[in-house]
Design a protein around this ligand. Structure first.
Ligand code: PNW
Length: 450
């Protein structure tokens, strides 16, 4: 067993942001309540074989009705921030429609509930639940979805701008684009790389155009985006594998980071993927490069890459190394990868405050005879990643906060309810919540000595 590092809250500044993350479709349920219309994920879940356990998000954690209990738990854990996402299909329920008051009221109650409990609200405007009526018009592939998004952002930030300062425009555009439209593992389930790059472009333009709207509507706003980023290793020292690793990096990391910082799309990938490049309008790259107040980094695992001439368009392939420590989900456990990734961002890009907007692990959890959940592996995962974060800070990376994924077990997309990421166990049959050992550990870690 790996010895556990010694890391305490005192290793971080007193104004460090400590939070938990969730997202609307994964926890809310109440799919047909108070005027909500279907999202692309409701449609996708109905496709046979799309979700591993055949489940959907219609009930999920019933957070729509149980949010006071969930916020109480977050408060009990001692976090000072809570990252949630807003379900667009609760807010704008038809093309060009007027805002749905019941949807607005829900997020108003939720945000007031956070403020009452001393939780700083961090709102994500898009965490993958696009209204289905927009997908019927082409979804993010259609440039007009940018305009629909901007109206929705305007409505939301006017509505909550007096209480929510921290806004994340998009969660993981790589996943929206690639899982949604290239490998088809996520909604809307397309398998077309050209479409995926077009979607990525429109999502990034929508991010850039949203920033000034948010700033106009929100007093003392802080605007950012959350990217899923991965440190990469080449499978060997061979030139082919090294180049493959660079290409993989070009799409996974640089395709999103470079434009945000005004560097445009990486030239190596533009050359390699010339026949798939998106249509753009003049000004798009300037829009994407709008200055942001922070970068959200979702870190889960590193990837090992080798050359694969048979695999267009990138001609790369993921290697699963047998000797690596893995979570229950099979994701490699590599805290040093987090540190490496953060140092790389500092080195390659202009200085920017960073928040770890997601980090966590999935294991099979079971209630023991005493009704407790001894998720030692998850607890250790947190300890080791927080130590990596501490070390990244010591080497000068400007990380200002950490959000654990996730507060509660929830609907894990294509994996349905088979994968639990929560610090709190949810019995989906009864909706009973039980704080896991990792949650109690986090509470003790965060405890301020009087
Ligand atoms: C993130 N990958 O998804 C999402 O933001 C969460 O909604 C999700 O529940 C969480 O991580 C755990 O999966 C990811 O393939 C999906 O690299 C896929 C990847 C990374 C993150």
């Amino acid at each position: 067993a790996v010895p556990l590092p010694n890391v305490t809250r005192m290793d971080f500044p007193s104004n460090f942001v400590w939070g938990c993350s969730t997202s609307s479709f994964q926890i809310e349920g109440a799919a047909l309540t108070d005027g909500r219309v279907p999202s692309i994920w409701d449609t996708f879940c109905a496709k046979p074989g799309a979700i591993r356990d055949g489940s959907d998000g219609s009930v999920a954690c019933d957070h729509y009705h149980r949010w006071p209990e969930d916020l109480d738990i977050a408060k009990q854990l001692g976090v000072n921030a809570y990252r949630f996402s807003i379900a667009w299909p609760r807010i704008i329920t038809e093309p060009g429609g007027v805002p749905n008051q019941q949807g607005l009221d829900f997020y108003s109650r939720l945000v007031d509930g956070m403020l009452e409990r001393g939780l700083q609200p961090w709102a994500t405007l898009y965490h993958w639940d696009l209204p289905q009526y927009l997908q019927n018009l082409g979804g993010w592939e259609n440039r007009s979805t940018i305009d629909a998004y901007l109206s929705y952002v305007d409505v939301m930030t006017r509505h909550l701008g007096d209480r929510v300062k921290h806004w994340i425009t998009h969660n993981e555009p790589w996943c929206t684009a690639m899982h949604g439209n290239w490998d088809g593992m996520h909604a809307p389930g397309k398998k077309d790389f050209k479409v995926a790059l077009q979607v990525a472009h429109h999502v990034m333009v929508s991010h850039g155009l949203a920033a000034p709207i948010i700033r106009a509507n929100v007093t003392e706003s802080s605007v950012g985006i959350a990217l899923s980023l991965h440190p990469l290793r080449a499978a060997s020292k061979n030139e082919e594998d090294q180049e493959a690793m660079q290409r993989h990096d070009g799409l996974r990391n640089r395709w999103f980071l470079d434009p945000l910082f005004g560097l445009g799309y990486p030239l190596d990938i533009q050359a390699h993927c010339a026949e798939y490049l998106p249509e753009m309008l003049p000004g798009d790259m300037d829009a994407i490069a709008v200055p942001i107040d922070f970068l959200g980094v979702n870190y889960y695992f590193p990837e090992t890459i080798s050359a694969a001439p048979q695999n267009p368009p990138l001609h790369t392939e993921l290697k699963l190394l047998a000797d690596r420590e893995r979570t229950g989900f099979g994701w490699e456990v590599a805290p040093d990868g987090m540190q490496e990734l953060l140092c790389r961002i500092k080195q390659d890009y202009p200085s920017i405050p960073i928040y770890l907007t997601e980090n966590g692990s999935s294991y099979d959890d079971h209630l023991d005879q005493d009704g407790q959940i001894q998720d030692t592996s998850r607890r250790n995962y947190f300890i080791r990643h927080l130590d990596a974060l501490k070390q990244a800070r010591q080497s000068g990376v400007d990380v200002r906060g950490y959000f654990a994924w996730s507060l509660i077990d929830n609907f894990e997309w294509a994996e349905g309810y088979l994968r639990r990421f929560g610090m709190v166990y949810v019995d989906f049959a009864t909706q009973v919540r039980t704080i896991k050992q990792s949650g109690y550990w986090f509470r003790d870690f965060l405890q301020l000595k009087k």
